[in-house]
Design a protein around this ligand. Sequence first.
Ligand code: AMP
Length: 225
Amino acid sequence: MKLIFLGPPGAGKGTQAKRIELLHGIPQISTGDMLRAEVQADSMLGQQVKRIMDLGGLVSDEILVAMLGERVDRPDCARGFILDGFPRTTVQAEALDAMLSSRGSKIDAVLLLLVNEAALTERIAGRYSCARCGAGYHDLYKQPHVAGVCDVCGSREFSRRADDKRETVVTRLEAYRQDTAPILPFYRAKGLVHDIDGMANIDAVSVSIDKALAKAEASDTFAKI
Ligand code: AMP
């Protein structure tokens, strides 16, 4: 099962992709997380991309396509994967298509999280995660059960993304409108897009996604898992 989560920053792609990862045992591939790991490690690539990411711009297609190509060839992707944050441009969508078809494979479904952009800044500005295990939280919508302690691993250290500042969110939304939204017709033409109401609460969004996946799975072309 090869899935893509699409939607603007803050739409809930990461949250939902992580749940599908647990449910179906296929890896979530977040290109944003991969790039942040490079920045954290202060690698050559990390040094190259840090500034662009901090400003909310998009890293070059060349870098992303190479990074993704290497990632999906790893053994843990043999049964499929969930893309979160890729593709983000038409060039990336076409490269992904070519990459998969050269391996006799294809995307099975695109889950598009529809959200009210006005609400996104609030969502993004309030989010933070456990510094140890990466579990996601939000100042308003999802706080740890015990204040200051991660529900998942018990760590007391949390962090916020450098690009989750209000000013940067504006640039990231602009990048989505300009570069990422134009990908949709490409996948709609293939009949792969499932529109999901991303403004509902997290559990309701999960239910909609499960229904969309069941529908996709019932179609003949879906790769059985
Ligand atoms: P995300 O975690 O998906 O919000 O990504 C964080 C940042 O990483 C983005 O604002 C971009 O700077 C960069 N990035 C992640 N994925 C891509 C991609 N597919 N193409 C270009 N830049 C990306």
